[in-house]
Write a protein that binds this ligand. Structure first.
Ligand code: XLS
Ligand code: NI
Ligand code: NI
Length: 444
């Protein structure tokens, strides 16, 4: 492994160990024990944590008011390619030390963009070779790949929804390559996040044509995956806005409608991001439930927003209550399959030290691990399940069952009410009782 010969990038930072809830070591896990076996699988296998290359190794801490702040002492080299390699060596050292079995990237995160598409592809191939070697040496795997179709100015008016077919063609070529690289690296999924697939104003936009173009783009991607034998799961990552005013993959519900309208639903599931859910005016759990109800829950971009701010702040999530509710919905849906929990989260601009990257991910992983354990306990005891089941019990037999089976009519139901049922008796939803029950698990 190349990083063994090279100097360590995080010399004072150890491989993070699980020390249990009682530890006062800030560089240890309290709840996440990757090797602990739960139901025949390790916690690492259950949670499938992934590091987002773009935030952890490309985000600089810049904002609209000032430049980057974050210290990355390993970012040295003679030319863009050797810097990219040094950066990737540091990234894999971090993945190993933080005990993350997976990572995710955009094509342009791992390799510099060249002057032409041909040159960009050559650089990407070189970095994919380097990634393949590091994956082999460390055992770290690729959860998903994706293409950056939003940073380069050519994509300022969108990629698949650009008014210029030339840009559509360029984006198609870029995604073709990104799919091939993802396949080569054993990527288990491929993500489509419609960064600029939306509009700023309807005064210059043909919404219908743009949506049709986006659907065509996704069909072409499905065709190409088939052509090259890529078996990974395709995922749509909904987001309502930012950078555009309105994005077409607004939320999971509009994503499902879009995919079904254009005959794409068999090929896609959803990658749900906490901060995108809240930007759309939903809870994280709501988005998970909507996807699960359609059998389309795929993966999670694990982060948190600041509810007082109107943009994607991509913070690490340590809200155990929110995560426990999410985890209940995920476990009830049978888990994430080939998906995982990808930390699409970044350090605050003032958190400039390499150690901050460790603290951030330790907190995120611990919060998810604790939520996982609490959710399992809640589901095993089954109190909420029993309550909900009982609440709908009238649909289990008799005329309720006939309603669910659609073996009834307005005429039948009218007759029933007039001759037998009369007025329904209201029953309490007992929300406060249930909130207290939840609290009893969170604080024991
Ligand atoms: C941006 C998105 C992005 C995707 C990958 O808001 O979260 O990072 O996850 O393109
Ligand atoms: Ni994301
Ligand atoms: Ni995001």
């Amino acid at each position: 492994m190349k990083t063994r010969r090279a100097p360590a990038r995080f010399p004072r930072l150890p491989v993070i160990a699980h020390e249990g809830p009682g530890t006062d070591n800030p560089l240890a896990f309290r709840h996440y024990n990757p090797d602990e076996v739960v139901d025949g699988r390790t916690m690492a296998e259950h949670l499938r944590f992934s590091i987002a290359y773009w935030h952890a190794f490309r985000g600089t801490g810049s904002d609209p008011f000032g430049p980057g702040t974050i210290n990355r002492p390993w970012e040295t080299g003679r030319d863009p390619l050797s810097i990219a390699k040094a950066r990737m060596d540091a990234a894999f050292e971090f993945f190993v030390k933080i005990r993350a079995p997976f990572y995710c990237f955009h094509d342009r995160d791992i390799a510099p963009e060249g002057r032409t598409l041909r040159e960009s592809n050559r650089l990407l191939d070189a970095m994919a070779d380097h990634a393949r070697d590091l994956q082999k040496a460390t055992g770290v795997r690729l959860l998903w790949g994706t293409a950056n179709l939003f940073s380069n100015p050519r994509y300022m008016c969108g990629a698949a929804t650009n008014p210029d077919a030339h840009v559509f063609a360029y984006a198609a070529a870029q995604v073709k390559k990104a799919l091939e690289v993802t396949k080569r690296l054993g990527g288990e999924n491929y993500v489509f996040w419609g960064g600029r697939e939306g509009y700023e104003t309807l005064l210059n936009t043909n919404l219908k044509r743009e949506q049709e173009h986006l659907a065509t783009f996704l069909h072409l991607a499905v065709d190409h995956a088939k052509a090259i034998g890529f078996k990974g799961q395709f995922l749509i990552e909904p987001k309502p806005k930012e950078p555009t005013k309105h994005q077409y993959d607004f939320d999971v519900a509009s994503g499902i409608a879009f995919l079904r309208t254009f005959g794409l639903d068999r090929h896609f599931k959803f990658n749900i991001e906490t901060n995108h859910a809240t930007l759309a005016g939903h809870t994280f759990q709501h988005e998970i439930e909507v996807a699960a109800a359609a059998g389309m829950l795929g993966s999670i971009d694990a982060n948190a927003g600041d509810l007082l701010l109107g943009w994607d702040t991509d913070q690490f999530n340590t809200d155990v209550r929110e995560l426990t509710l999410a985890m209940i919905s995920i476990l009830r849906a049978g888990g994430l399959g080939s998906g995982g929990f990808n930390f699409d989260a970044k350090l605050r601009r003032t958190s400039i030290d390499p150690a901050d990257l460790f603290h951030a991910h330790i907190g995120g992983m611990d919060a998810y691990a604790l939520a996982f354990k609490l959710a399992r306990q809640i589901l095993t005891e089954g109190k909420f399940e029993a309550f909900v089941q009982e609440r709908y019990a009238s649909y289990d037999t008799g005329y309720g069952r006939a309603i669910e089976k659609r073996r009834t009519s307005f005429r039948d139901l009218e007759k029933l009410v007039l001759t037998q049922l009369g007025e329904p008796k209201p029953r309490s939803g007992r929300q406060e009782y249930l909130e207290n029950l939840l609290m009893s698990y969170l604080h024991r």
